[in-house]
Ligand binder design. Structure first.
Ligand SMILES: C[S@@+](CC[C@H](N)C(=O)[O-])C[C@H]1O[C@@H](n2cnc3c(N)ncnc32)[C@H](O)[C@@H]1O
Length: 266
């Protein structure tokens, strides 16, 4: 999709104040956010900077949306006169978010374009996710900072991207065959999308319950499971035939395949 044709890019171009985005963000925004247009939603943007994105979101979502901007810089209060709700605070502080959600209740969308450090991004995920409505989303932007080493950012075991990988493990713990586990955010996060530089958390409490097997109880032909069988053109099948043995060499094949897979993880 040509980003220049997206609704969000058009809204971005129409904004009267400066904003900087990356071109790959616009098709992502359109695909995730179009369903919220012209609705009475609460949209929260962390990181206002020069105000350009506040106007972009107003242009895109329409007048019914409440647009809230959060920043550490008190100067952004100047945008209140345009009808935006502006809050000065630190996205990494739980007490800030407690007060925020006490005031606004659950919100539809949080877009994190704030300071982008691992600590800020992770604390924002933890504070905001329980306060997003079902069907709502949290978008964390500029997650490439997980890979950058400079005075602000630091790739580490405790990076934002590694935290999202942990949250993906948590989602998969809902499979009924695995040991039941209970992580605090797991009851809210239905799915996680990852794009280049953007991670999206889709919130839905009902869809985030432990999974359960469902059978249609129709006629079964009782098929044999071929997963551990050897195909006739394989080396081990020929050995099996030659020695006329019953073994499928399952464990040995597992070891060989694990070794072959190593190169994909480099
Ligand atoms: C990338 S800019 C935002 C750009 C804006 N969203 C746009 O698209 O035009 C990041 C902003 O986050 C603010 N910021 C940095 N750390 C923050 C924190 N801990 N809490 C809240 N805002 C923060 C900065 O003051 C800055 O204005």
């Amino acid at each position: 999709m040509n980003y220049k044709k997206t609704l969000t890019f058009k809204a971005f171009k129409k904004s009267k104040y400066f904003s900087l985005k990356y071109f790959n963000y616009f098709p992502i925004y359109d695909s995730l956010l179009t369903r919220f247009r012209n609705k009475k939603i609460i949209f929260v943007e962390i990181g206002v900077f020069s105000g350009g994105s506040l106007f972009m979101w107003r242009n895109f979502f329409g007048k019914k949306a409440k647009i809230i901007g959060i920043d550490l810089n008190p100067d952004i209060k100047r945008f209140e006169k345009y009808g935006f709700d502006i809050l000065i605070g630190d996205q990494s502080r739980e007490d800030f978010w407690n007060k925020f959600f006490k005031k606004y209740g659950k919100v539809d969308i949080v877009l994190d374009d704030g300071g982008h450090t691992n600590y800020q991004q992770i604390k924002t995920v933890n504070s905001c996710i329980p306060n997003i409505k079902d069907g709502g989303i949290l978008i964390t932007e500029d997650i490439h900072t997980s890979y950058i080493k400079d005075k602000w950012y630091n790739p580490s075991k405790y990076s934002f991207i590694n935290y999202t990988k942990k949250l993906i493990d948590d989602i998969n713990s809902r499979y009924p065959g695995l040991k039941k586990q209970n992580f605090s955010l797991n009851k809210y996060i239905y799915s996680i999308y990852n794009f280049e530089s953007i991670t999206v958390f889709n919130i839905d409490r009902k869809l985030s319950k432990m999974n359960k097997e469902v059978r249609n109880n129709k006629l079964s032909i009782n098929p044999k499971e071929f997963r551990a069988s050897l195909s006739e053109d394989s080396f081990f099948y020929k050995i099996k035939k030659f020695f006329n043995t019953k073994t499928n060499f399952t464990y040995l094949i597992f070891l060989i395949n694990s070794f072959k897979l190593m190169k994909f993880f480099k």
